[in-house]
Design a protein around this ligand. Structure first.
Ligand SMILES: Nc1ncnc2c1ncn2[C@@H]1O[C@H](COP(=O)(O)OP(=O)(O)OP(=O)(O)O)[C@@H](O)[C@H]1O
Ligand SMILES: [Mg+2]
Length: 261
């Protein structure tokens, strides 16, 4: 399973695989004591298989909220979201959890490892959740891929920040998800360690054909993605190609000629 299965090119037919992420007119309104807060407004976005997309924008512009919706960790209050062929609206928690375990890996700024489990147990968790018989063997391979073959039995507190984030990356990728969501994955790491984790993320993503959605404040990092989606005040305000892939077709550009990269 690599996420490339939709890309078979028939003779004389230019296949355009179904997008891994399809978001149509999505809104998110949350109620607070001060009244309703409109956090995301009229978001539409299609992400084709294998594309890397950076989501940038000021603090509070809705980047994390959008990622939570795509990951099925939060529910949209308007519009429709389709991930890996599944419409997320109307699914119960169990169904959402199943889709997450089949198709989506998530990496957070603050690692989110289980403190009472070793590195190996943390990585094996999503495989065990879906009843995978060779969970431990596959987890060993995944940890070796992120350079942690010598840290299998370490607990999170016995690992450096960069090592913890590499465990989190191994856990996110061990299920071979079509989609990797990363929310400021280097936000808690020093510059050099952050770059190492990012290199690893791009390399593993390319090797497995993973679609990547990366929230970041780092413009240089964003520029390495094929596409940069900029948010402000709960809306998408520009959607342009990054540097890594000049062929990329941008789905739409709401700010049209005024867009800046
Ligand atoms: N549970 C909630 N209830 C009410 N408002 C919320 C809730 N969660 C987030 N918000 C608000 O939604 C807006 C968007 O938050 P979000 O976390 O998506 O921003 P962000 O772009 O990720 O910001 P940052 O760069 O600081 O991480 C913010 O104004 C935030 O205060
Ligand atoms: Mg955020």
């Amino acid at each position: 399973m690599t996420g490339r299965e939709g890309a078979i090119d028939l003779p004389g037919h230019h296949a355009s695989p179904a997008p891994v992420v399809g978001i149509a007119r999505v809104g998110l309104t949350l109620s607070s004591r001060a009244g309703d807060v409109e956090i995301l407004k009229d978001i539409s976005l299609e992400i084709p298989a294998g594309q890397s997309v950076a989501i940038v924008g000021p603090s509070g512009s809705g980047k994390t909220s959008l990622l939570m919706l795509i990951g099925g960790l939060e529910r949209a209050t308007a519009g429709e979201i389709v991930v890996a062929g599944h419409s997320l609206s109307g699914l119960d928690e169990d169904a959402l959890a199943r889709i997450r375990s089949q198709a989506i890996g998530v990496v957070f700024q603050s690692f989110h490892l289980v403190p009472t489990m070793t590195a190996l147990e943390n990585v094996a968790l999503p495989l065990e959740f879906r009843g995978e018989p060779r969970a431990r063997d596959k987890s060993r391979v995944a940890l070796a891929e992120v350079g942690l073959a010598q840290r299998l039995e370490h607990y999170p507190a016995q690992l450096s920040g960069g090592e913890q984030q590499r465990v989190a990356l191994a856990r996110a990728l061990v299920t071979e998800p079509r989609l990797l969501l990363a929310d400021e994955p280097t936000g808690n790491l020093d510059g050099a360690t952050g770059r190492q984790v990012i290199e690893l993320m791009f390399a593993l993503g390319r090797r497995h054909g993973t679609t990547l959605v990366l929230v970041t404040h780092d413009e240089r990092l964003a520029g390495r993605c094929a596409r940069i989606v900029r948010m402000a005040d709960g809306r998408i305000v520009s959607d342009v190609a990054g540097q890594s892939d000049s062929d990329v077709k941008v789905a739409h550009d709401p700010s049209a000629a005024g867009a800046t990269a």
